[in-house]
Design a protein around this ligand. Structure first.
Ligand code: BG6
Length: 512
């Protein structure tokens, strides 16, 4: 580690002033797997958006590494297309021209010494000619089986090693393994070459505005803290539902499934933010220490036959469109037992949360796309209303809507106007889109910028990643030994076993 990034700051602004975004210092980025879906749909547009917002340094250089037989012009055309299709901010030719000057493509495999030597020369040339100053971020947008090769090559060719006042960082995409053992192996491979402070593991949920707002909601307000505990909260539901299917993603998803793809990372991170204690500051070390502490107290509760559910979508209707089931999707084994829906029950052994189940669920081809965290309240200990007056009243709830209609909702009972006394649920609702005029930046924009700035708060540490596997592994092992997932029809809210899982304890999933 070194302090090159901290040498770059606006002398008129305190480095501690986080109200406005900081501009990345002289640097460049190499993307491995630049022809993949993630790079095309998310990374390249995010880099353009950063450039457009003036947050990248003047000589920013983006090097794509891949197997295609591309000329520099082909690569430029590819990047331009990705920007046209995915950028959030409007297109400005001068921004594009400046970015395009710094685009380089290097052709090669991940085990190709000569190609990595060419890459190293390309970076040196850029340092000399474009002022990237020896500061490089290596984005591994590749499947984990290639991590070892790429990291080894970065080491061998000298690219992993920063000179004085330079930095080298590695940004890694999930999946970080498929269980705790394989995650440890991956962490060892990366850790043998890069020290932990130089490793940025992406969980793109942490880059979402609404996820960061959990910290603001909880720790900047007095309103919520009094009830944020087992005295008032009956249970918590964390839902990430998607309406899309898995056509075209078989090579990544088959054999991985919903729990590994989403619960192990995104949903467990959401749980950590909702359940953690207040950090002493928002420094990366303090924030991560609190997250890790709560994760260490979190376990999956059994018996898993009753407390978990999993499913696989079959053909059905998604709105007005008829869609095929997973086993008919292109690339999937017709015998595939990969789950596309997963639900489990977690508990936290702490004074604040003991006895409050955290129900986690995620699925593809569900009723609609929505991610939310619902804290559902206990019923009042005594209810003076009688004779069916409260029949239409549900438990109070605070719902943090992560997406798509970002905001926070409070549900409580209110008297129906009229001479009688009947109570019904009403909502008090905050919508980002109404309260603010600014559009939230795409998660990857924030995370790429943070990695260039050496701001690591929003990146899970290897300890968090390994702990998340430890929480989930017992459920995965149970499923592996107990047959295939249940079916659910596309466009519905998951298998009947998921409803039964909550009905068994007198509860029900929210219909978001
Ligand atoms: C990714 C998963 O991490 O998140 C995908 O691998 C999923 O399966 C995606 O579709 C969802 O992201 P978002 O930001 O659209 O909720």
């Amino acid at each position: 580690m070194n302090n090159a990034a901290s040498q770059w700051h606006n002398p008129l602004r305190s480095p501690d002033d986080k109200r406005l975004p900081q501009i990345a210092g002289p640097s460049g980025m190499v993307i491995f797997g630049v022809t993949g879906d993630l790079a095309r749909k998310k990374l390249l547009p995010a880099i353009y958006d950063l450039a457009n917002r003036g947050l990248l340094p003047g000589g920013f250089t983006l090097v794509g590494y891949g197997r295609r037989d591309w000329t520099q012009a082909d690569f430029q055309a590819y990047v331009r297309e990705a920007i046209d299709a995915g950028a959030r901010t409007s297109f400005h030719d001068n921004v594009w021209q400046r970015l395009a000057e710094g685009l380089q493509f290097v052709k090669g495999n991940f085990d190709d010494d000569a190609a990595f030597d060419t890459l190293a020369e390309t970076l040196k040339r850029s340092d000399a000619e474009r002022g990237t100053a020896g500061n490089w971020a290596y984005y591994l947008s590749v499947p984990p089986e290639f991590f070892a090769d790429v990291v080894h090559q970065l080491d061998r060719s000298g690219m992993a090693h920063a000179g004085e006042n330079e930095w080298r960082r590695v940004i890694i995409e999930k999946p970080f393994g498929h269980d705790v053992e394989s995650a440890r192996e991956l962490n060892e491979i990366v850790g043998a070459v890069f020290d932990e402070q130089s490793v940025f593991r992406i969980d793109h949920y942490l880059g979402k505005e609404t996820v960061q707002n959990i910290l603001a909601l909880r720790f900047a307000n007095q309103l919520f803290e009094p009830f944020w505990n087992s005295h008032y909260i009956d249970h918590v539901q964390i839902t990430m539902a998607e309406d899309i299917g898995l056509g075209g993603r078989a090579s990544y998803y088959d054999g991985i499934g919903a729990a590994r793809d989403v619960i192990q990372n995104h949903l467990i991170q959401l749980l950590a933010l909702v359940a953690m204690e207040e950090p002493t500051s928002f420094s990366p070390a303090q924030l991560r220490a609190e997250k890790l502490k709560v994760l260490r107290a979190t376990t999956a509760v059994g018996p898993f036959s009753d407390t978990t559910a999993r499913g696989q979508y079959t053909a059905g209707w998604q709105g007005s469109q008829h869609v095929v089931g997973l086993r008919e999707e292109e690339g999937f084994d017709p015998e595939s037992t990969t789950e596309t829906y997963a639900a489990c029950t977690l508990e936290i052994a702490s004074r604040r949360w003991a006895g409050v189940p955290f129900y986690m669920r995620t699925g593809k081809r569900l009723g609609r796309r929505v991610t939310e965290i619902a804290l559902v309240f206990k019923n009042p200990p005594y209810q003076p209303f009688t004779n069916g007056q409260t029949d239409l009243l549900n438990q109070n709830a605070v719902v943090i809507r992560i997406q798509p209609d970002e905001g926070v909702l409070m549900r409580f009972g209110s008297k129906v106007p009229g001479p009688g006394m009947e109570l019904r649920d009403v909502n008090m609702d905050f919508h980002y889109s109404e309260a603010f005029t600014e559009q939230s930046p795409e998660a990857y924009e924030r995370l790429i910028l943070d990695a260039l700035l050496d701001e690591s708060s929003l990146f899970p540490t290897n300890a968090e990643v390994e702990r998340s596997w430890e929480i989930l592994d017992p459920v995965l092992e149970y499923w592996a030994e107990h047959g295939a997932p249940d079916d659910y029809e596309a466009g519905t809210w998951g298998p009947a076993s998921a409803d039964a899982m909550l009905a068994r304890v007198g509860r029900a999933w929210r219909r978001p």
